[in-house]
Design a binder for this molecule. Structure first.
Ligand SMILES: CC(C)(COP(=O)(O)OP(=O)(O)OC[C@H]1O[C@@H](n2cnc3c(N)ncnc32)[C@H](O)[C@@H]1OP(=O)(O)O)[C@@H](O)C(=O)NCCC(=O)NCCSC(=O)c1cc(O)c2ccccc2c1O
Length: 265
């Protein structure tokens, strides 16, 4: 399917494979990328042949490193889109709402908003060299809402707070131990394994899968309200001097200077 610049979309048997294709930016997303991901997930939803979706990243280095911090340092936002909106919150809801299993095939580092994407997928298969973490507080951002609350459902409150406050990176084995990923395989076998999982689930009743997914979701759907709130707050925060300092420090490869912003009580 054509018209994509930042991603690739392929259908292989019962599986749609969506690949974020910006390896020079470690598959970071800009507004256009998010718009194309939405289009691809909607195409997979509509296609009766597709029974499962794989989300992955191009190359071996990165799955997705979240928002394109260089773009943000340059223009103060995530760049132009056709709709005029940066619809990351809608993409999160779409990954949850598509009534087909979504498998994250994490081929490298998944950090920031890229980490949130894999957390929201139904299952995650990681390559042995994958790394995981959040980065917002280091770069003047936070992908809260599902990014915090749903992560806590997955790994527990203590671990989720550690992940967000300390912004450390965790290797694939550690991620598997904390229940953040379902399986770890050698890099060369990642896509093959993800496709095998997709083919296996495609043999099951699609209606039963749809109801199961919706009933899992129903238990945490209230977090969508938190996400809306967090996205509104984030719009203000990323445009603030503190938010911009984080993005500029990353682009200039220096430590951010956040000390002067400790002004709340
Ligand atoms: C991911 C890293 C830890 C990797 O470190 P490493 O040392 O292995 O590699 P490099 O740092 O040398 O990176 C290689 C190359 O890729 C470029 N790059 C990496 N990540 C990004 C990125 N996110 N944006 C743009 N470019 C990126 C890097 O500059 C290098 O290019 P060179 O040309 O210099 O060679 C490390 O790279 C890292 O920490 N990256 C940043 C991670 C990050 O902070 N992500 C964004 C968090 S904020 C976010 O995701 C976010 C999500 C949302 O949903 C939002 C919603 C609404 C508003 C804001 C949102 C938001 O900000």
């Amino acid at each position: 399917m054509g018209d994509y610049e930042d991603i690739r979309y392929e259908v292989d048997g019962p599986t749609a494979v969506i690949t974020i294709d910006r390896p020079e930016r470690y598959n970071a997303f800009r507004g256009r990328t998010v718009e194309e991901l939405i289009k691809a997930f909607r195409a997979a939803w509509a296609d009766k042949q597709v029974q499962a979706v794989i989300l992955t990243g191009a190359g071996e280095k990165a799955f997705c490193t979240g928002g394109d911090v260089k773009q943000r340092a340059e223009t103060g936002d995530y760049g132009p889109t056709e709709s005029g909106m940066f619809e990351i919150g809608y993409l999160h809801k779409l990954i949850r709402d598509i009534p087909k299993p979504v498998i994250a095939a994490v081929n490298g580092i998944a950090v920031g908003g890229g980490h949130v994407l894999h957390v929201l997928c139904d299952v995650t298969i990681a390559s042995e060299t994958a790394r995981f973490g959040q980065a917002g507080p280091k770069v003047g951002s936070f992908d809260a809402g599902f990014g915090t609350a749903y992560l806590a459902r997955v790994v527990g409150e203590k671990k989720a707070r550690e992940i967000w406050f300390w912004c450390r990176q965790y290797d694939a084995a550690e991620a598997e131990r904390m229940g953040l990923v379902n399986a770890v395989v050698p890099g060369g076998e990642l896509l093959k394994t993800a496709k095998a999982w997709a083919e296996e689930v495609a043999e099951k009743s699609p209606t039963a899968i749809r109801f199961c997914k919706q009933s899992f979701n129903a238990d945490t759907d209230h977090q969508a309200g938190l996400s809306n709130l967090a996205m509104s707050a984030l719009d203000l925060f990323t445009a603030s001097p503190e938010g911009l300092e984080g993005a500029q420090a990353f682009a200039e490869k220096r430590k951010p200077e956040f000390n002067s912003y400790v002004n709340w009580h």
